[in-house]
Design a protein around this ligand. Structure first.
Ligand code: AMP
Length: 176
């Protein structure tokens, strides 16, 4: 009988050379359609975070919205969207971050969080840490109580973890 972790690893599709040569893309769509795995994963993440008093789950566009909103529902927390530049309709804060070639920007509504919030930031995958660092910087603008960070998958060989600003906790379900 395979462990939960083995079943999770088996369910993620590795796509070589996507979106460009040399990148092995971890495709979670094959995980998401496995009803039992999706529900066990959400239950385990809920157990991990249920006693921290999380008031808002913050998801990074776009795959961070999927498990992020399931977690918000289970934790009885709100859900906040971090989006690529130009997508959010009201006043925003933004942070620019470095990509391999050029830069990108992410934004959040200025009224999205309050200083009393305890935040759980979620994304599907930590690679170089560029987008998560920008996301943490954005959340820090609100001077919230605590910032906890969760990824389904961490590509630990890229050492993204070392690039992130200091947070209250950092947890990945799977590490490669
Ligand atoms: P990074 O900013 O380098 O940590 O990249 C993280 C973001 O890019 C996440 O939102 C991921 O969804 C996506 N990403 C980066 N590398 C991969 C990969 N090998 N497989 C799947 N998604 C990736």
């Amino acid at each position: 009988m395979k462990s939960f972790e083995e079943r999770l690893i088996d369910s993620i599709r590795n796509v070589p050379d996507f979106p460009k040569p040399g990148i092995q893309f971890k495709d979670i769509t094959t995980l998401l359609k496995e009803a039992d795995l999706l529900s066990e994963m959400a239950d385990r993440l809920y157990d991990y975070y249920k006693d921290l008093g999380i008031t808002q789950v913050v998801g990074i566009e776009s795959r961070g919205f999927i498990i992020g909103s399931i977690l918000a529902y289970k934790l009885k927390a709100g859900f906040v969207l971090l989006r690529k530049a130009g997508k959010l309709p009201a006043d925003t804060y933004e942070v620019e971050y470095q990509l391999e070639y050029g830069t990108d920007k992410i934004q959040v509504h200025r009224d999205a969080l309050k200083p009393h919030d305890v935040v759980l930031l979620h994304d599907d995958l930590l690679a170089t840490g560029g987008s998560a660092s920008a996301a943490i910087e954005l959340i820090q603008k609100f001077e919230v109580q605590q910032i906890h960070v969760n990824f389904l998958i961490e590509l630990s060989f890229l050492k993204g973890r070392e690039r992130l600003p200091k947070v209250d906790s950092l947890h990945s379900m799977l590490s490669f």
